[in-house]
Design a binder for this molecule. Structure first.
Ligand SMILES: [Zn+2]
Ligand SMILES: [Zn+2]
Length: 412
């Protein structure tokens, strides 16, 4: 479930409702496009229904929201869960420990200096909160099971603030107007004003190379210029180039799905070449001699989909990489599927693709947590997928993705 956020156009002030995954925002009134930018995580306020009387403003209680997939590798195999949780980030008994489904039922607002509030300082680390939620959601570990590795992929961490205020020595939840406990603790807790780095800013969506207006799906992390065909992603307050390619001779009539091609070695498992990978995962084929010269590339979907389908697609394309043939520089001739998984997250997924690919878990699983993955190059490659009724099929590698799974992935 994605959160909805109210956003005003920096150009004309027109109101728009976006989802938390949107980065390229189009104003419904003036049509101008901007990239949203923030330093660090996004921070939202749950809009209050009731305001305090007099001069005193709101006190905002921080909650950490985690949304992503947790993978657990254990002696029993690979388990995965999509986790979506909002947990309190201060140690004050009496306040709601979680916001539950409340944020999903309303339109949130970005933190702003115009909102009359002070913010309670976090006393719990996001990592602790996320780790606890991950363990709970993956289910209990049986007595005989050893857990080797936990990985978080495609996660969004944000901070949600619940506004409360004091009234007659009581703490009132300004959203549902209930009376909360914890008056003294809330009152004595350290607080701060709205910090400049919390506030969202806007970047004009213009190609840094040719100046053309950039267009793309609101949730895409890579935008390709219609005019000069260069790819861009946000880095801080600027756009940086992204190298992108397509499979030669397969540009037309197919769905183009983005994959991150990551050249990487894993010294602890002796994986440097494609032949090493075939050996390490114990495939029932003899590596061809040229594979000993072929640097290992992991191919990871650059879009979010259900964990099982994600690993399967990564595994098929990684195994079938030698069938793909030549890649060539991309030219934007048709709609390209949005990139919704950043390259950093794709690099984290390498160990999971390896785990999913191995036929002999005992030789791989126990070493995953300690093994270092060294990524030496990365690029974005759009692979053609053919329409096969209920699913999309990649003709070179045999990777298959259900149409519904792909559609649903956009809303994860
Ligand atoms: Zn506007
Ligand atoms: Zn351009």
């Amino acid at each position: 479930m994605q959160l909805q956020v109210r956003q005003e156009c920096p150009q004309c002030g027109g109101p728009t409702v976006i989802t938390e995954n949107d980065r390229l925002v189009t104003c419904a009134y003036c049509g101008v496009k901007h990239f949203l930018h923030t330093q660090g995580v996004y921070r939202y306020v749950v809009p209050p229904r009731k305001a305090p009387q007099g001069e005193q403003g709101f006190l905002c209680v921080p909650y950490i929201r985690f949304k992503g997939t947790v993978y657990r590798v254990s002696s029993a195999g690979i388990t995965h869960r999509v986790v979506d949780t909002t947990q309190i980030a201060v140690n004050i008994p009496g306040l709601p420990p979680s916001l539950g489904v409340r944020p999903q039922a309303m339109q949130l607002e970005h933190v702003s200096p115009d909102f009359p509030a002070r913010y309670l300082m976090r006393t719990l680390e996001p990592r602790e909160i996320v780790h606890k939620a991950a363990h709970l959601s993956c289910g209990a570990v049986s007595f005989a099971e050893s857990v080797f590795h936990l990985e978080y992929i495609g996660e969004t961490i944000s901070v949600l603030y619940l506004p409360v205020f004091r009234e007659d020595n009581r703490i009132i939840d300004a959203v549902n107007e209930s009376v909360l406990r914890g008056n003294t603790a809330v009152h004595n807790h350290q607080r701060t004003g709205c910090r400049e780095k919390w506030v969202v800013s806007f970047l004009p969506a213009l190609c840094p190379h040719c100046g053309a207006a950039l267009d793309g799906s609101p949730d895409t992390l890579v935008v390709i210029c219609d005019n000069c065909h260069r790819g861009w992603r946000q880095k801080g307050r600027a756009l940086e180039p992204v190298m992108w390619q397509v499979v030669d001779g397969n540009e037309h009539g197919c769905l183009q799905l983005p994959f991150w091609k990551l050249t990487a070695c894993i010294p602890a498992l002796d994986i440097t070449t494609f032949a090493d990978f075939i050996r390490c995962t114990n495939q029932p084929i003899t590596p061809r001699s040229e594979w000993t010269e072929r640097a290992m590339e992991f191919w990871v979907p650059a879009f979010t989909i259900k964990p099982k389908a994600f690993l399967l697609a990564g595994r098929f394309v990684t195994f079938g990489q030698h069938h793909l043939g030549a890649l060539k520089k991309g030219v934007k001739q048709q709609t390209l599927f949005p990139v919704t998984l950043p390259v950093k997250e794709a690099a984290q997924a390498i160990k999971m693709v390896l785990a999913a690919a191995t036929n002999t878990p005992k030789r791989v699983f126990p070493y995953l947590a300690e093994a270092k993955v060294q990524v030496s190059a990365s690029s974005l490659v759009y692979l053609p997928f053919m329409d096969k009724g209920h699913e999309w099929m990649q003709p070179h590698t045999g990777a298959v993705i259900g149409k519904n799974i792909l559609k649903f992935g956009r809303f994860m």
